[in-house]
Design a protein around this ligand. Structure first.
Ligand code: GLC
Length: 546
């Protein structure tokens, strides 16, 4: 049998946030039926694969990242049979499918956790999680000072079967998301089996949720300070982030996927200190790829971007893994909004929630950023709606907010709902073809989105949608794009990024405040803004060919 090329090395992967993509059954929440009905849209857009956020049985405390059954689909989204159909149909369209695996924690409704509560202290059932007695005279204080990423302590005290206040269990996220104990062989065996369950159904890969969190220091030391709840590991040898032992898990998983044909691939969600730490997940025999959050987090500044690109490429080269490039996802402020403010980094976006945004500027930069991202060596991610130029929705009424962060922070951090608003497909008013006209989408869509629907943009050459389509088509056609090398062109003004990829391709991004001349004797293949007299305006990018 001839080996197929490893598709994941340069794939463009579209993130389907399923509850907000398309609603097929008319209950206001996106689902598998909706996704199936829109596969031709994705085909036409020109993506190679989709990553689907969790669709498993779940009480939906954290939008499905609290999994009660890893081998079944939640009725909100459909059935296992529909998932199998989706896989078949996507493959017919030439679209690969990556599912989201959540190994750090499950739901408190998972049978193992229920069994652990029932079995009581010292039981084998509790050994699959992190149960510990509390500190203080009566065990009334949490076992460590660790904080939950959604705010508040990372421990919750249980009531024992006999009705007395009992042990505490660890949850790095919401209390309804108990952390698994990955030192326990049963946990390891269970997840290898879950991998096989989905591989047998034809999935092409897995996105690993919180891949840097699985291993804990079993001595459970105090941290000694309050971690920034949204931040990256604040030090090396952190008791629960990015520990060395986590790599044993991935070595074992790799032997599972390697036994299957057709290049099944992993992508790690690992918020680690930097590229040096990230590529440790990508050593030969470990995972295939990881999200490049340094690129996402980088402010819109030429020097910073160049530095991130260089360190990314250099570190990935040391392990032979392709980099990935990503601008947005379901956890961060949409980049049209990030780039439309004065301070443009990911960290800035969190601090500036609700500060007025220049959406015209943000959109211009987002177009330029897309050309930059899609011209870089390796793979790229497109978060649903970025191809429509959707901004963050920052005025969702408080009583409609769903992200557990809002409650857990005592109504101080609004959370991530603003990037999760259901997609506008067509029509003049909500729900914009997302689902049935009779059902309000689970989060309200802004009226202004009438100009951003798929229908409104399709066929309009100036639209974001047609721009993404053109970029993805050219990327597929040009041998210079995808994996490979780049060479910086250094004879460019300050604030301009320009690089060449052979054969004959050049990408120029103008982050300066002045128009810059484009090199002559080159054809402009695609530009993010109108180029006049062969000059590229500020906050624009162009793809050129010689
Ligand atoms: C990841 C997911 C996020 C989720 C968290 C807990 O960061 O991307 O949406 O809330 O893990 O599972």
């Amino acid at each position: 049998m001839t080996e197929l090329p490893a598709w994941w090395r340069d794939a463009v992967i579209y993130q389907v946030y399923i509850r907000s993509f398309a609603d097929g059954d008319g209950d206001g929440v996106g689902d598998i039926a909706g996704l199936r009905s829109r596969l031709s849209y994705l085909d036409d857009l020109g993506v190679d694969a989709i990553w689907i956020n969790p669709w498993y049985r779940s009480p939906m405390v954290d939008a499905g990242y609290d999994v009660a059954d890893y081998r079944d689909i939640d009725p909100l989204f459909g059935t296992l049979a529909e998932a199998e159909e989706l896989l078949r149909e996507a493959h017919q369209h030439g679209i690969r499918v990556i599912v989201d695996l959540v190994p750090n924690h499950c739901s408190d409704a998972h049978p193992w956790f229920r069994a652990a509560l029932a079995a009581g202290p010292g039981s084998a059932e509790r050994e699959r999680f992190w149960f510990r007695p509390g500190r203080g005279e009566h065990g009334e204080l949490p076992p460590t000072d660790w904080m939950s990423r959604f705010g508040g302590p990372a421990w919750t005290r249980v009531t024992e079967p006999d009705g007395t206040p009992g042990e505490w269990y660890l949850h790095l996220f919401a209390p309804q998301q108990p952390d698994f104990n990955w030192d326990n062989p049963e946990v390891r065996a269970e997840f290898e089996d879950i991998l096989r369950f989905w591989l047998d159904r034809g999935v092409d890969g897995f996105r690993i949720d919180v891949a840097h969190g699985l291993a804990k220091d079993a001595t459970l030391p105090d941290l000694g300070y309050v971690d920034d709840v949204f931040g990256r590991p604040s030090r090396s040898n952190h008791p629960h982030w990015d520990r060395d032992e986590v790599h044993e898990v991935y070595r074992a998983w790799r032997t599972v996927t390697d036994a299957y044909d057709g290049h099944r691939a992993f992508v790690a969600e690992a918020w680690v200190a930097g590229p040096e730490q990230l590529v440790r997940y990508l050593h030969p025999g470990r995972l295939h790829t990881a999200f490049n959050f340094d690129f996402l987090a980088c402010p819109w500044r030429a020097d910073d971007l160049r530095k991130v690109i260089d360190t990314t490429l250099d570190w990935h080269a040391t392990v032979g893994a392709p980099p990935t490039w990503v601008l947005s996802n379901h956890d961060v402020v949409r980049h049209v909004t990030r780039y439309g403010r004065e301070a443009t980094g990911h960290e800035d976006a969190r601090r500036q929630y609700g500060v007025p945004v220049d959406l015209e500027l943000g959109t211009r930069r987002a177009r330029a950023a897309a050309l930059l991202m899609l011209a870089l060596p390796g793979g790229a991610y497109v978060y649903q709606g970025e191809e429509l130029g959707l901004p963050e929705v920052e005025d969702i009424p408080e009583h409609l907010l769903q992200d557990p962060t809002w409650e857990r922070t005592g109504h101080t951090v609004r959370g991530r709902d603003g990037c999760r608003v259901p997609l506008p497909w067509s029509g003049q008013q909500p729900p914009f073809g997302f689902g049935a006209d009779t059902a309000a989408p689970w989060l309200p869509q802004p009226e202004e989105w009438r100009t951003r629907t798929v229908e409104a943009q399709r066929g309009d050459r100036a639209s974001m949608l047609e721009f993404y389509r053109a970029a993805l088509r050219i990327r597929r056609e040009l041998p210079a794009l995808g994996e490979g090398d780049l060479a910086w062109d250094d004879d460019v003004p300050d604030g301009v990024l320009s690089f060449t990829r052979e054969p004959g391709f050049r990408c120029v991004v103008n982050l300066s405040a002045r128009p810059v001349p484009l090199p002559e004797q080159r054809v402009v293949l695609l530009s993010s803004a109108t180029t006049q007299d062969n000059t590229l305006p500020p906050d624009a990018a162009a793809w050129l060919l010689s």
